[in-house]
Design a protein around this ligand. Sequence first.
Ligand SMILES: Nc1ncnc2c1ncn2[C@@H]1O[C@H](COP(=O)(O)OP(=O)(O)O)[C@@H](O)[C@H]1O
Ligand SMILES: [Mg+2]
Length: 241
Amino acid sequence: MDNILEVKDLCGGYGEIRVLKGVSVSMKEGSVTAFVGSNGAGKTTLMRLLAGLIPVSEGHVTLNGTVLNKLAPPDRLALGLSLVPEGRMVFPDFTVADTLRMGAYAPHAREGWRDRAEQMYELFPRLRERKSSQAGYLSGGEQQMLALARSLMSKPRVLLLDEPTLGLAPAMVKELFSILSDIQKTGVTIGLVEQNVHAALSMADYAYVFEDGHVAFEGIGSEMLASPAVKAAYLGIDDAA
Ligand SMILES: Nc1ncnc2c1ncn2[C@@H]1O[C@H](COP(=O)(O)OP(=O)(O)O)[C@@H](O)[C@H]1O
Ligand SMILES: [Mg+2]
């Protein structure tokens, strides 16, 4: 498998504040890559840099051989990179159906949007039930599914999700992970920022642990979970406790 996304020596942040201090990560086509680490470690900042929401100050981001550094978010979307941001960000007044349609707004995604919306209702039966409801009236879990479905409407090759399970009930977390696994089976490459370390590493082919703006540890998700030393040192999981 080739790397569809490559990030090399990436630095960036907010104005004078440099949050990421030389981050190199890659994602293999069709894989799931997890990004974990404590609050404030820089995971969301990485997602914003990848999506083009904040500028790269050093290093580069390459998608399928194309350097993205100077490209605006819509251009990255057209190349197949889509971010489901932290906090979902669905418009509360839009209905579920309109939100899906809006997800296919980019020129490359317009053709066949009705068929794709139908596929979304197959993948997320809850959304079909709530088709005509305004997004603001959905539960947190349903809103997360809607945000995810909206992203899929843009036909991403690489789907990035920032804390998709935050605040969701355990049953909903399970349902969401199962849907992510279905999405992976369709060939979409997934990048997952998660505080739910165990679930994320169980699903991930490869994982990066962030600390203070850099990658402190990386490896195969299942191997990391199998190592008490790695868990204690990097994941805040103490088996002896
Ligand atoms: N909009 C912002 N302006 C200034 N600093 C920010 C902003 N957003 C995040 N930060 C800072 O960047 C650092 C990394 O934050 P973030 O990327 O959100 O971490 P994580 O997602 O891993 O919790 C933190 O110190 C945070 O305070
Ligand atoms: Mg975050």
